[in-house]
Design a protein around this ligand. Structure first.
Ligand code: CP
Length: 337
């Protein structure tokens, strides 16, 4: 695809070679993300970071990625601090904000809302999560992490075995990741959820038609026995009609070090899009896994910076100018010690 000026709305818009291109640019962003060098390539550019639903890492990661390329960030967080509460349409919001910004990142609780917004925007829009639909940049950073974890073992994404666990019905990260894995060969996916929270049938069918071997289970322990990646997800309480309904499923698939040691192959990688629900009635990834070197959850968040920097560089067409507008770091860098 031609990235220049493109909206990033869904994994469905990518072919495998597009993903390869994003990952190759992401690799080149590492010196800047690690503060070994500074680039000012986006000096003067403005990111409109519009988050109408709770977020820590996606919002700050988009903002930090843009800052690391030298751009400025203007932010709105929550409906209550935007004119949407006064009845302004998403389309008018897009018409206004695209006059202020060079690119806009947006999260919104309604499925399809970011695409509607993008249709009225004069600048590229990136989907930071639209309801229970998709979270394409999370899937890209997840797959980038998977590629890096496998590369360390002399493997690549083809032939991957992964278990995706939890609220697969509402979890937009697994919707996007399932679509993304369909671009690769000989992938085996085990879907582990209560049947009420199963991955939407249309996504399962698409994966199967693309050649992914999909198996379905509602039991954790044996499902994680023969996989390279355990990808756990949170019960998406905000998508249920009540907390009581979410409580029916919370805590059903807890992974801790004892279960990991008993059931997983050595060096099985543990992933989660985060936030993990660490409350005692959920505890989906126990803190006793925190010292397990195969816990990749914070490598995922670090990799998210690289992938989002790559997307900005591609969409704003500065990939080949990033190094030209760079200089050395002047401050103390704790990452190098
Ligand atoms: N993974 C993710 O979307 O996290 P946030 O909700 O904190 O952005």
């Amino acid at each position: 695809m031609n990235f220049t000026g493109a909206h990033i709305l869904s994994i469905s818009q990518f072919q495998r070679q597009d993903v390869d291109q994003i990952f190759s640019v992401a690799d080149r962003m590492e010196p800047y993300a690690l503060r070994k060098r500074v680039t000012r390539v986006l000096e003067g550019a403005i990111l409109g970071n519009m988050f109408f639903e709770a977020s820590t890492r996606t919002r700050v990661s988009f903002g930090s990625a843009f800052n690391l390329l030298g751009g400025e960030v203007r932010e709105t967080a929550g409906f209550e601090s935007s004119a949407l509460v006064k009845g302004e349409s998403l389309q008018d919001t897009a018409r206004v904000l695209s006059g202020f910004s060079d690119v806009i990142c947006m999260r919104h609780p309604q499925e399809g809302s970011v695409a509607d917004f993008a249709a009225a925007s004069r600048v590229p829009v990136m989907n930071g999560g639209d309801g229970a639909n998709e979270h394409p940049t999370q899937a890209l950073l997840d797959l980038y992490t998977i590629a890096r974890e496998l590369k360390a073992k002399g493997r690549n994404i083809d032939g991957l075995r992964i278990a995706m666990i939890g609220d697969l019905r509402h979890g937009r990260t697994v919707h996007s990741l399932g679509k993304l894995l369909s671009l690769y060969d000989n992938v085996q996916v085990t879907l582990v959820s209560p049947k009420e929270l199963a991955l939407p049938e249309a996504i399962v069918e698409n994966m199967r038609s693309a050649g992914v071997e999909v198996s379905i289970s509602d039991e954790l322990n044996n499902s994680i026995a023969n996989v390279d990646i355990v990808y756990s997800t949170r019960i998406q309480e905000e998508r249920f009609t009540s907390k009581e309904e979410a409580d029916l499923y919370r805590g059903k698939f807890r992974l801790n070090q004892a279960i990991y040691t008993q059931y997983c192959e050595p060096n099985t990688v543990i992933m989660h899009p985060l936030p993990r629900d660490s409350r005692s009635d959920a505890n989906e990834l126990d803190s006793d896994l925190d010292n397990n070197p195969n816990l990749a959850i914070f490598r995922q968040t670090d990799n998210g910076l690289l992938v989002r920097m790559a997307l900005f560089a591609l969409v704003l067409d500065v990939v080949d100018k990033v190094d030209e507008y760079s200089h050395e770091v002047r401050w103390y860098n704790s990452r190098q010690n």
